[in-house]
Write a protein that binds this ligand. Structure first.
Ligand code: CAA
Length: 275
C-alpha cells in the first residue's frame, strides 16, 4: 500500500479535472468547485488519507482565483458515517495525543471561500462535524445527523460538542450527544443547523446553484461577509459590531464597491473583478 504522503498527489486529466483516490473533484458551474467524498464501501468514513486529500482539494480551490465557492458532498446514502472506527480502534493515548489526532480535520475552517455542505444520508460523528464546519448546510430529506461517539466510549473530537451546541442550543445538543440518538433533516432545519432541505436528488444541484450565485459576487465582499459572521460568533456583540463596521468601511477602498454601486445607478449588471 502506498504511504498516504504520496497517495493524494494530484493528477491532471486532459479536462483538467483533479482526481484523487477517495474524493472526486469537479467544476459543475462557473466559479464553483464540487468536492465529493468517495469511499462508498465504508459510507465515506473519514480516515487520514481521505482527510489529507480533502484538505488538499479545499486549499487548491481556495487559491484558485476562478473559484468563488465550494460545495462539499458525499453520496445519497452517506455524507460521511464518521471517523473510521477501524483506523482508530487500536490507537493509544500516546498515539492520538502526540500526533494531535484529528486536529487537521478542521482545516476546512481555514478556507476563506464559502463552503456549502450538501448532506444526504448519514452525517454521523466526524461526518456531522465536517458538515457543521461548512458555512452553509443544505440537507437532503433523507439526511440522518448524529454524534454517536458516546456509544463507542469516546466523545465528539472534531468540534461536535462545540459547534452543535452553538448551532442548536445546549439542551438539544446535550440530549443528542449524551444519548447518541440521531436527528432528521427537518429537525436540523427547524433547529437552525440546516439552511434548507431538498429532495435528495435535487440537493447537490441546489447547492451548486447557491454556490454559483455566491461566486457571481465580488470575492472580497464575500470573504469579508464570511469573516465578519465567523468572527462575530466568537466575540461579544460590541466587538463584533465594530469589526463588521471596519470591514464595511474597508470595502469602500475596493473597485468592486465602485462597480457595484455604479451598476445599480446605471441600471446594468455589475462586473466584479475582485479588486
Ligand atoms: N468507520 C469505519 N467503517 C464504517 C463506519 C465508520 N465510522 N461506518 C460504516 N462503516 C463501514 C461498515 O463497517 C461496513 O463495512 P463492511 O461492509 O466492510 O463491514 C460499511 O461501512 C457499511 O456499513 P454498515 O454495514 O454498518 O451499514 P448499515 O446501513 O447497516 O449501517 C450505519 C449504517 C448506521 C451508519 C452504521 O454503519 C454505523 O453505525 N456506523 C458507525 C457510525 C459512528 O459511530 N460514527 C462515529 C464514529 S466516531 C467519530 O466520528 C469520532 C469523531 O468525533 C471524529
Amino acid at each position: 500500500m502506498r504511504p498516504f504522503s504520496i497517495t493524494f498527489s494530484r493528477q491532471f486529466s486532459s479536462s483538467r479535472t483533479i482526481r484523487y483516490d477517495h474524493i472526486l473533484v469537479s467544476d459543475p458551474a462557473n466559479g464553483v468547485k464540487l468536492v465529493t467524498l468517495n469511499r462508498p464501501n465504508a459510507l465515506n468514513a473519514l480516515f487520514t488519507p481521505l482527510v489529507l486529500e480533502l484538505n488538499d482539494a479545499l486549499k487548491s480551490a481556495d487559491s484558485d482565483t476562478s473559484i468563488g465557492a465550494i460545495v462539499l458532498t458525499g453520496s445519497v446514502r452517506a455524507f460521511a458515517a464518521g471517523a473510521d472506527i477501524k483506523e482508530m480502534k487500536d490507537k493509544s493515548f500516546a498515539d492520538v495525543f502526540t500526533h494531535d489526532f484529528i486536529k487537521n480535520w478542521s482545516d476546512a475552517t481555514l478556507i476563506k471561500k464559502p463552503i456549502i455542505a450538501a448532506v444526504n444520508g448519514y452525517a454521523l460523528g466526524g461526518g456531522c462535524e465536517m458538515a457543521m464546519m461548512a458555512d452553509i448546510l443544505y440537507a437532503g430529506e433523507n439526511a440522518v445527523f448524529g454524534q454517536p461517539e458516546i456509544k463507542l466510549g469516546i466523545i465528539p473530537g472534531a468540534g461536535g460538542t462545540q459547534r452543535l451546541a452553538r448551532a442548536i442550543g445546549k439542551a438539544k445538543a446535550m440530549d443528542i450527544i449524551l444519548t447518541g440518538k440521531t436527528f432528521t433533516a427537518h429537525e436540523a432545519y427547524n433547529w437552525g443547523l440546516a439552511a434548507a432541505v431538498f429532495p435528495p436528488t435535487d440537493l447537490v444541484a441546489e447547492a451548486v446553484k447557491t454556490a454559483a450565485s455566491i461566486a457571481s459576487y465580488g470575492p472580497i465582499a464575500v470573504h469579508a461577509a464570511k469573516e465578519a459572521i465567523n468572527y462575530g460568533l466568537q466575540v461579544g456583540l460590541d466587538q463584533g459590531l465594530t469589526y463588521e463596521r471596519r470591514l464595511f468601511h474597508s470595502l469602500f477602498a475596493t473597485a468592486d464597491q465602485k462597480e457595484g454601486m455604479a451598476a445599480f445607478a446605471e441600471k446594468r449588471a455589475p462586473e466584479f473583478k475582485g479588486e
